[in-house]
Ligand binder design. Structure first.
Ligand SMILES: CC(C)[C@H](C(=O)O)[C@@H](O)C(=O)O
Ligand code: SF4
Length: 466
């Protein structure tokens, strides 16, 4: 029977499937961070169990860490407890840990692929909703809860119900200056923040195939922001080129075998999806969110929506509520919206390409008066590469701050956070109320749009620069 990519990966991982029970699937790689692992490790301790496969478990610290100093003394007491607990647990259970001083430390969804931990056709889980990122390699990757983290630690398996399948095809090619972030925001704008609920989404079409691995990761990262369980892209030459020679990727003969196996990892021509969505790439303009969920998004040459134009009472009420929170009036041109903070980072947009894109708009310019802008590379390797290319100097000369790797201002869990009333151009993935700090307002954008906004002090249509 013809199968989708998801069905192929799923079928090859089912361990047992009993009537009346969710199937048990095998987990190839388990990623761990300091926030969602402490209770899972405690559970194992209480039960007197070991880790089933410590060699398939990889830990890093990212959410709580400071981006100003790699010293534990820089952490708040709570953050320090979580970081030290992870250190102790990894030692006790024999888990490889990319500690704050390790050169590969970074955001779990940035360092995993970089090390070749993320491979096509595998099942990857992590106690983190943006695990969907790894689907860019044709892996089935999704976030799990803390009790499931414990289950995977103890058994290397997970109980899961099979999801429905959705195909999201982006046809044709995007215009100059349009990035993966614009593509995924446009998709969420079209289907809404819950349009993907219950589905594993496969992104395909020429515009997706044309993306680098960094771009594909940006798209899959936000699959969860459309409610999907996971996002996937079929592996191809770009995937193989990215992975070749990476630390945990197969080598020599196993590499040849892997390449042959990966060639099968695509949706069969006559496979049937439960739902399909099509976008024309040429219609996609630079995107930015105006509201308080990623679906409340508009093109840069668009206007803040008017709730009066909405006939659906629920939607109308949600627009009104969002407008009140973000303190914007209906009909405002997005290019007239001023910002005072800029955050370039997060597992959505902190990879080398993202920083190159941002640097292009920062080079030889200055951050506008009254604007504070920070650039936070996603990992030690990204930081090293960016510095080798001189990107750090471009940012510093333009007045941006250049930080250490971590989740940083993506969520208000460390000391990088916004103040009430701040308005931020952010390359992250969530713009919920209070996400970057209580009372703060977030506009999700691409790295290029964020850097351009930092320089102008308001949002600009970066297409004018091309
Ligand atoms: C802290 C963690 C559990 C959380 C998640 O699962 O997504 C975080 O990474 C986020 O982005 O909100
Ligand atoms: S960068 Fe943000 S979205 Fe990504 S894992 Fe960290 S907190 Fe979550």
């Amino acid at each position: 029977m013809a199968k989708t990519l998801y069905e192929k990966v799923w079928d090859s991982h089912v361990v047992v499937e009993n009537e009346g029970q969710a199937p048990l699937i095998y987990v190839d790689r388990h990623l761990v961070h300091e926030v969602t692992s402490p209770q899972a490790f405690s559970g194992l301790k209480v039960a007197g169990r070991k880790l089933r496969a410590p060699e398939k478990t990889f830990a890093t610290m990212d959410h709580n860490t400071s981006t100003k100093s790699a010293s534990l003394d820089a952490l708040s007491p709570m953050a320090r407890i979580q970081v030290e607990t992870l250190q102790d647990n990894c030692k006790e259970f024999g888990v490889r840990l990319y500690d704050i001083h390790h050169k590969n430390q970074g955001i779990v969804h940035v360092m995993g692929p970089e090390l070749g931990i993320t491979l096509p056709g595998t099942v990857i889980v992590c106690g983190d909703s943006h695990t969907a990122t790894h689907g860019a390699f044709g892996a089935l990757a999704f976030g799990i809860g803390t009790s499931e983290v414990e289950h995977v630690m103890a058994t290397q398996t997970l109980r899961q119900n099979k999801a429905k399948t959705m195909k999201i095809e982006v046809r044709g090619h995007v215009a100059a200056g349009i990035t993966a972030k614009d593509i995924v925001l446009a998709i969420i704008g079209k289907i809404g923040m819950d349009g993907g609920t219950g589905y594993v989404v496969e992104f395909c079409g020429e515009a997706i195939e044309a993306l680098s691995m960094e771009g594909r990761m940006t798209v899959c990262n936000m699959a969860i922001e459309m409610g999907a369980k996971a996002g996937m892209v079929a592996p191809d030459k770009i995937t193989a080129e990215y992975l070749k020679g990476r630390e945990f990727a197969p080598k020599a003969e196993s590499w040849e075998q892997a390449i042959a196996a990966w060639a099968e990892l695509k949706t069969d021509e006559d496979a049937v999806f439960d739902a399909s969505v099509v976008l024309e790439a040429s219609d996609i303009a630079p995107q930015l969110t105006w509201g308080t969920n990623p679906g409340q998004v508009v093109a840069i040459d668009g206007l803040v929506p008017n709730p009066e134009d909405e006939s659906n009472a629920t939607v109308k009420a949600s627009i009104e509520k969002a407008l009140e929170y973000v303190a914007l009036s209906a009909g405002t041109c997005m290019t007239d919206v001023s910002i005072n903070k800029v955050f370039i980072g997060s597992c959505t947009n902190s990879r080398i390409e993202d920083l190159r894109d941002a640097a292009l708009h920062a080079k030889g310019r200055k951050v506008a008066a009254g604007v504070t802008a920070i650039v936070v590379p996603g990992s030690g390797l990204v930081k090293e590469q960016a510095e080798a290319e001189g990107l750090d100097k471009i940012f510093l000369e333009a007045g941006f701050e250049w930080r250490l790797p971590g989740c940083s201002m993506c969520l208000a869990m460390n000391d990088d956070r916004l103040e009430a009333g701040d308005r931020c151009a952010s390359t992250s993935n969530r713009n919920f109320e209070g996400r970057q700090g209580r009372g703060s307002r977030t506009h999700l954008v691409s790295p290029a749009m964020a850097a351009a906004a930092a320089v102008a002090g308001h949002f600009v249509d970066i297409r004018k620069a091309y």
